[in-house]
Write a protein that binds this ligand. Sequence first.
Ligand code: ATP
Length: 226
Amino acid sequence: MTTGLLLERVTLRHGDGEDETVALDDVSLHVEPGEIVAVVGPSGAGKSSLLAVAGGLTVPDAGRVVVDGVDLAGPERVRARIRRTRIGYVFQSNNLLPALTAVDQVRLPLTFGRIENPRDPVELLAEVGMDHKSGRRPHQLSGGERQRVGVARALVTRPGVLLVDEPTSALDRRRSHEVLALLAQETHEHHMATVVVTHDHDVLRHCDRVFEMIDGRLTEERPAMA
Ligand SMILES: Nc1ncnc2c1ncn2[C@@H]1O[C@H](COP(=O)(O)OP(=O)(O)OP(=O)(O)O)[C@@H](O)[C@H]1O
């Protein structure tokens, strides 16, 4: 079984004829459990497309995507189950619901169906340093605190794959490092395969490997820690 996240020769096109864009051009990537990789690249390079395909939200035109040994080319109900149970998503704007307290945001993914062996939402909030604000709603939290709650929510199902889109775009330098350090620590301790898309070169040292995406093609830049 292939563990972690595997993309094998993935191609994704948008539009057709003269309007066609190749968003992902023969992209291959294997992220092992316990490994956090960064993907950097200019606007329009295909980074969001990469996350959409890796997360089973978009089916590519060619190639294979395998999450925790499950090929996402199967029926939509299989993709939906994998999305709900095996993949965690952290978005730029973290999509917290305005009416819910921090602890209820973290509980939310457990309310859509059975999850085997979930993490405890209260303990998880403590682990991301937010236990003292667990009763607060998003408008009562800072950007960095909201991002921490978003990370806790993504982790509560114990995903094998964590997909993170621009986690630091709303944060200052110190908070950016804190959020990336938290993602790296959780990745290593809980053996997730984590992909972080970022424009923020400052935080790359928290990642095990760095890839660059240009015009839909992915190349490994260098080991981030070197
Ligand atoms: N639904 C769509 N229909 C047509 N073209 C699209 C669609 N979605 C994305 N594209 C095109 O595919 C290419 C890759 O887009 P993508 O959003 O993946 O880039 P990105 O690297 O995430 O950019 P950014 O850093 O600006 O978010 C771009 O040329 C974009 O215009």
